[in-house]
Design a binder for this molecule. Structure first.
Ligand SMILES: [Zn+2]
Length: 111
């Protein structure tokens, strides 16, 4: 066995190139270095958009929190349902009582 291992040419740096820093793992940079003071999450995603500006929405549905208006006219025993979740809020007459009865599943928003 007289096989000589093939000689490999030694890689050499090009003349004039200086190694200024050793190659290796880069130091870890903190992930939050882009913007300090940035909140981790949205502050309140459940805040309703300010699209309803009409002052006629004087009641708020207790089950779902939607704003609505009871019928201004009609019989007192007319069933009022939430336009959003369709929950039975009460009857029209309940909205005309002051204060509203406890069975009414809505809150007056006017003060
Ligand atoms: Zn509702």
């Amino acid at each position: 066995m007289t096989e000589d291992p093939p000689k490999r040419r030694t890689l050499s740096l090009k003349p004039g190139v200086q190694v200024t820093r050793p190659l290796g793992p880069q130091p870890l940079t903190p992930l939050r270095a882009d913007k300090p003071g940035r909140p981790p999450r949205a502050p309140r995603p459940e805040s309703p958009p300010k699209t309803v500006e009409r002052p006629t929405h004087g009641w708020k549905c207790k089950p779902c929190g939607a704003f609505f208006d009871p019928p201004a006219e009609g019989p007192d025993d007319e069933v009022v349902r939430c336009p959003d979740c369709n929950a039975r809020i009460g009857v029209a007459g309940d909205f005309r009582q002051t204060p509203p009865p406890a069975r009414l599943r809505a809150r007056p928003m006017r003060h």
